[in-house]
Design a binder for this molecule. Structure first.
Ligand SMILES: *Cc1c(COP(=O)(O)O)cnc(C)c1O
Length: 394
């Protein structure tokens, strides 16, 4: 069973029933959040009982939105390792570094979490065809869960997306449309192709339940640290579902009485070639201006405009966090460091997390002994061209 009650607009607070299909708030056009009866959940759930459950994100199923467990589409997503990075610690002369390694998820990235939830809920609400604009990983994840649910999937990716992302979607039975431009152009074309309006759009934060899948990263980190939050979380940020989801998770966990009021300092890392949230954070604005000419090897970070911009900026500010950029070559170098020291073949976005950590450490923003969680958000396998290319040029 679930303690889901309804949906609430994250901006104007209006409430909507959670049992019909919805995208953005019909009143103000901002993202909707799933809400739960946390008072009821607090009296009925025991955090220590969770420990004996299967090791996937469905261990938190009462705080996820699926009403009938028969609608759950699962490939084993979630409950990824929180690695205490001791070899990396000794190389960097630091004590307290943890890697949340999301590369082991189905389809090789943490996008599996959000899409497992979104596609399961869409199935529960009777959807037969899905559509998604994606920088790469979200398209593969949606295709996998749509296949499992016997649903049609239509994916729209930038034409210059690395080939493995396209191959993955095709093998998973999706219809693939390549679009000149970036993810925001893909969104426009996806809407134009949906002439009958029968394809449900599961874009980041335009669909309410991907966030619920991503919030489980916050639940897991706390559970894995013995129901404590770390001091700092560094998150490679595109559309921001993970950042916003974890921030929501901490409030829910506190309402359940499973953690106290301490919060981690939340850090956004973006690419030097596409950093709308970092720029808005430092300019002190509520929303972010779109980034012109977005370019980076980290496909997941090539997001020039995000509907959840104000939610990310709020989490960064409310947590006394910060926002930094890193150049592409530093991401790759850091990915190699993760590989060489910890045996993790990281995506460039994961490299960005480590590069940001090193920068914040040397500026003194992070102090030795603080407990820091960095994210490797996906496997390096779909980005292998970044390595073989440099070798060939040697
Ligand atoms: C999508 C993606 C990101 C960014 O995640 P958001 O939650 O959209 O900010 C980071 N890394 C990888 C590998 C991704 O696929």
């Amino acid at each position: 069973m679930t303690f889901l009650t309804d949906l609430q607009c994250s901006y104007c607070d209006k409430r909507y029933d959670a049992d019909s299909l919805r995208n953005l708030c019909p009143s103000c056009g901002k993202p909707l959040f799933a809400r739960y009866d946390l008072v009821g959940a607090k009296s009925r759930l025991d955090r220590d009982e969770i420990r004996s459950r299967p090791e996937d994100l469905w261990r938190y199923r009462e705080l996820l939105p699926i009403r009938d467990t028969r609608n759950i589409l699962t490939l084993g997503e979630g409950f990824m390792p929180l690695v205490h990075a001791t070899r990396l610690e000794s190389e960097l002369g630091f004590d307290g570094l943890y890697i949340k390694d999301e590369g082991l998820n189905p389809t090789g990235s943490f996008k599996a979490r959000g899409l497992s939830l979104a596609v399961s809920k869409a199935k529960e609400l009777g959807v037969r065809a899905l559509s998604i604009p994606s920088a790469g990983n979200a398209a593969g994840a949606m295709s996998a869960y749509a296949a499992l649910g016997g649903m049609e999937s239509h994916v729209f990716m930038p034409a210059d997306v690395p080939q493995p992302f396209i191959a993955e979607c095709e093998a998973l039975g999706a219809s693939v449309t390549l679009v000149e431009g970036v993810i925001t152009d893909c969104a426009r074309i996806a809407a134009e192709h949906n002439t009958d309006g029968d394809r449900f759009d599961v874009s980041t934060l335009k669909e309410p339940y991907r966030l619920e899948g991503k919030k489980t990263m916050g639940y897991e980190i706390c559970e894995q640290l013995g129901w404590e939050v770390p001091d700092v979380i560094i998150y490679p940020t595109g559309g921001g579902t993970g950042l916003v989801g974890m921030w929501k998770a901490f409030d829910e966990l506190q309402a359940l009485g499973w953690i106290n009021s301490k919060r981690p300092r939340m850090v956004t890392v973006q690419a030097q070639g596409c950093a709308p949230i970092v720029r808005a954070f430092h300019e002190g604005t509520e929303f972010a201006e779109p980034w012109e000419g977005a370019a980076t090897i980290a496909d997941g970070l090539r997001v020039p405009a995000a509907i959840g911009d104000f939610l990310m900026l709020n989490a960064l500010r409310a947590s006394s966090g910060t926002a930094v950029t890193v150049p592409d070559d530093a991401m790759l170098e850091a990915a190699n460091t993760l590989g060489r020291t910890q045996g993790i073949f990281a995506c460039p976005e994961g490299g960005a997390s480590l590069a940001a950590f090193e920068e914040l450490r040397s500026s003194g923003w992070i102090e030795n002994g603080e407990r820091v969680v960095i994210f490797n958000t996906g496997s390096g396998h779909k980005y292998a061209h970044l390595w073989s290319g440099s070798r060939a040029a040697d």
